[in-house]
Design a protein around this ligand. Sequence first.
Ligand code: ADP
Length: 452
Amino acid sequence: MKKYKIITIIAGIAIILLQFSYISSIYGKFIQDMTLKIDRAYKIAIDEEMLARELRFNRLLLSLTKEQRDSIYQIIPRAEFLDIDIEDYRKLGVFETSGDIYTHSREDKHFQLKDLMDMPVLDSLFCALISTKLPHRFTLFDKEMQATDSIGNSHITRINYSKYQPLGLRGFQSLQLDVKIPLEVFIKDEIGSLLLSLLLMLLAIFCVLFQLTVIRNKEEELKQRDEATRYIVHDLKTPITTAMTIAETMKALNDDKLLHEAMDYNYNKFNHVLQQVEELKDATSEDATRYKLQMQQVNLFKLTQRVKEECDMLFADKEHTIVITNGLPEGYLIMGNAVMIERAMRNLVENGLKYADHGVQVEIRLNKTEKGVSVDVQDNGWGIAPEYQKKIFKLYFRIPLEGDYERRGSGVGLSSAKSAVLAHGGKIWVESEPGKGSTFSFTLPATRKRIT
Ligand code: ADP
């Protein structure tokens, strides 16, 4: 699968995951808030239900005779809570404050008077306090943990809140509240943020898909352009080779020195165009990175001399010097593809001469290294600004030059040189300073590498 398609899929998944994590975080926060709200309502409902019973009980007391009241007071445990250590209850997580203990000691009093919790009152108080309709169930347990009473939705599942609460200090009874917070409540509550997040997600996905379509269309366009170029290139080769053959035939048929020079000049010019056509053919071939060329023994020094001679001819009308500094042992051979290496070398030397003023000097240094050979092509031309030094190796990339600095070109040369060097397992790079010149270097390993 194409890289950009994989990246688009990753971007799409990332956007969706991001949205999910956002929604799950707001859902978590919502459940947390609801839990706090329920917890508070639960406590207040217990308290108020108790208060209602107290009031009822006090009113009842007032209507009794002194003897009846005394007999009731005998049952009631008095100030029992004062002997209790609050820390023990805190550790158990049952009661927090002395006030809680006081309230619950009253619960024991009511239990002994058989004035038990009024479940419908508790439930309606809870519902009023919570204000949102939530499926829930209160269950009252006795000392043996047997359910004695319950109110609310008897069959609720997926419970989000469940709290067991002892009533009184003597463990006579306890209460449990189970609550379910349905998804609909969450959706209703957070509809604004959910819609906004959905909208943003759709927008982001739309943008990513739009990009994908643009890239695909561009790719299709490029493919068509490459195909057209391939046909033109193919048709161009025949007239060029014919012209080259004519130049050679004319030379063979005629002894005139001037004609020989003119035919050599023509031959070189045509050869140069042919090389460029070949490069363009490689660059636009369906699988430009694969070369089906065989390795052979190459004399790098001789190859460089050939390049120098061709470039001297090609730039005959521009004042220049090309110097070869050969650090290789005599007759030194490397394994490689001569056509590709020569093309890379010619591109670098030509560029050195092309992107410079009259009087330019190009030095080609050949050296043996630990792992193979190194080639440096140094010029004292215009140099390359740092921001372009990496980009120039990309296919079709050209530095925008204007006026006197404008030169003909296709942006294929350096990319082709790079492909050739990489195909041999070498490296290519540039060091340059604007106004001072550039040094293009490449290495070729000495190891026997098969290029496929
Ligand atoms: P072309 O020469 O056809 O434009 P290349 O791929 O050979 O394509 O080079 C890409 C660009 O890099 C050129 O347009 C040029 O601006 C810049 N460049 C290449 N070599 C040199 C050099 N020796 N000195 C200055 N600029 C260079």
